[in-house]
Design a protein around this ligand. Structure first.
Ligand SMILES: Nc1ncnc2c1ncn2[C@@H]1O[C@H](COP(=O)(O)OP(=O)(O)O)[C@@H](O)[C@H]1O
Ligand SMILES: O=P(O)(O)O[C@H]1O[C@H](CO)[C@@H](O[C@H]2O[C@H](CO)[C@@H](O)[C@H](O)[C@H]2O)[C@H](O)[C@H]1O
Length: 494
């Protein structure tokens, strides 16, 4: 089922960028960096930078026509379906000089102007790592973005830098040494081995990841916003709490208040829960043993998060406000996807029941987007949980708020449903058995059975299904029937 990518073009041009330049922030002016010579991947020990406003003036107008076509085609581009009308440069850092005869590596934080953003909200900011070469060798042809037609770099070829092993290796070497390069701050928690061969992970993902020497994986966040990214914050907290269910960050980098990338141990030979579930379905096998173990793993992560970070009682007024927020999200989703409209009254009743429930539980930091694809089973059979970024479409503040742990449980229950639905013939009993086994495993390890609070569980499952309707409408319209089937079920009084 393919993803959609609208490439609606606008009249975006140098004028739009020019006006942004004219009014551009002084922060952007100060953030242009050129680096001292960095010649080989293995020899980087320090990188110094000098500030120069010159390259910036020429850079963005030269890149804009290329980015306007290339960006909307990227899996991680969140603004699909809306035209790109302009760009504003937040920072430009040469991690490898662009004017040499070899490849250059340009790190950019670029705001992408698109219509339809809420009043006062800033344009989405994306992290780009662009390679620049006089000519692109044939092996890098799939990474091509385009040829620059104007400015001092006219005639040079721009490409996805992460796909060039030399440039990706340079980034790894930079991560091995704590310190700054212009606006970029690199942190290293442990000694890292030098010169590990990089490869790009070709996974369906919301960001971009590189694997180094089959030992470490670096996630480059694509859409970045100020504030600690929970995908760094929570694994660090879990590592401090001694939780082995999550790969502990070993290095990361930031700019301003934004987390830009995290390096973690790569679990070689592991397979993700989604693939394993589909394999089980294809072979006519049960998945209950795995689901039970996943329930235990989820409970362990929740207990560790509750130890490491603050928790609070789920009071009745808070339950009511959580339910109200679900209603607001439903209204927004129904506006965007009118197929939801007939179900709105039924779904509202589900949220109301959760809001009325007398809360006995607690609120705490949770994973926030837990599904089978976020779990890895290692060669030793142990389950690990990854990707604590939360739902990528939500603002960072929202992704960092506390929730009842049942929110994650609901996410995983939806995932068993997804797996069963995407397999022909549909086997609802397979999914029901997985769901029960998962809840039982969770109850055993945590002492709290999520099925004991059915109103809350149902509300979170519904909220997740509403999110999925929006997600699929935007990214994979062919998959829309999967969450819509859940919507029809959940909107019907049991
Ligand atoms: N520590 C790891 N070890 C092995 N594979 C990993 C690890 N972390 C992530 N992956 C693989 O990378 C894929 C994408 O990672 P994920 O964190 O889900 O990225 P995104 O947030 O961009 O969707 C996962 O589905 C998994 O296959
Ligand atoms: O990119 P992320 O992994 O952070 O999460 C987003 O993409 C997921 C799909 O890749 C999406 O998950 C939905 O589809 C899964 C099957 O592909 C299914 O297992 C999940 O239950 C379902 O929610 C996720 O919602 C989205 O945030």
């Amino acid at each position: 089922m393919p993803e959609t990518a609208s490439t609606t073009e606008s009249t975006a041009s140098a004028e739009v960028i020019g006006s942004a330049e004219a009014t551009g922030s002084t922060e952007a002016d100060a953030a242009v960096e050129t680096t001292a010579s960095v010649t080989s991947v293995t020899s980087v020990t320090s990188v110094t930078s000098v500030t120069s406003a010159g390259p910036r003036r020429a850079l963005l107008p030269a890149l804009a026509p290329l980015l306007r076509t290339w960006l909307p085609r990227q899996r991680w581009f969140a603004g699909k379906g809306r035209p790109v009308t302009g760009f504003t440069l937040e920072s430009a850092t040469e991690l490898l000089p662009l004017d040499g005869t070899g490849p250059g590596l340009l790190h950019l934080l670029v705001r992408v102007e698109q219509p339809g953003r809420p009043a006062g909200a800033p344009a989405d900011c994306y992290q780009l790592l662009l390679g620049v070469r006089p000519e692109l060798p044939p092996r890098l042809a799939p990474a091509l973005i385009g040829r620059i037609r104007q400015g001092p770099l006219a005639g040079r070829t721009v490409y996805e830098g992460l796909r060039d092993p030399r440039l990706a290796g340079l980034l790894y070497e930079r991560l091995r040494t704590p310190g700054r390069t212009g606006p970029l701050r690199f942190h290293t928690g442990t000694a890292l081995p030098p010169a590990l061969a990089p490869r790009v992970l070709d996974a369906e993902q919301s960001n971009s990841s590189l694997v180094f020497g089959e030992s470490f994986i670096l996630k480059i966040f694509r859409r970045v916003s100020p504030g600690a990214n929970p995908d760094l914050e929570l694994p660090l907290a879990l590592a401090r709490a001694g939780c082995a269910r999550v790969p502990a960050p070993v290095a990361w980098f930031e700019a301003g208040a934004a987390t830009l990338g995290v390096l973690q141990p790569y679990l070689r030979g592991s397979r993700d829960g989604w693939r394993l579930a589909l394999d089980a379905l294809a072979d006519g096998r049960e998945f209950t043993t795995e689901a039970h173990a996943l329930g235990r793993a989820t409970a362990e992560v929740h207990l560790a998060l509750a130890t490491a970070l603050p928790t609070e009682r789920l009071e009745r007024d808070r339950a009511a406000s959580l339910a109200a927020a679900m209603g607001t999200r439903l209204d927004a989703a129904a506006q965007a996807v009118p197929a939801l409209l007939p179900y709105v009254p039924g779904l509202r009743a589900v949220f109301a029941a959760a809001g009325d429930a007398t809360g006995t539980g607690r609120l705490q930091r949770v994973h926030g987007d837990l599904h089978l694809g976020q779990t890895l089973r290692g060669s030793d059979g142990a389950w690990t949980v990854i990707d604590f970024e939360g739902e990528p479409a939500k603002p960072l503040d929202e992704r960092r708020t506390s929730h009842p742990p049942v929110r994650d449980i609901a996410g995983m229950l939806r995932s068993f449903d997804y797996a069963a639905r995407t397999h022909q013939p549909w086997n609802p009993d397979w999914s029901a058995r997985c769901r029960d086994a998962y809840c039982a495993g969770y109850a055993e390890a945590s002492g709290a059975d999520p099925r004991d609070d059915p109103a809350l569980l149902r509300a979170y499952e519904t909220d997740k299904a509403v999110y999925e309707v929006l997600y699929e409408a935007r990214h994979r319209p062919d998959w829309l029937p999967v969450p819509m089937a859940a919507i029809a079920r959940l909107a019907t009084v049991p």
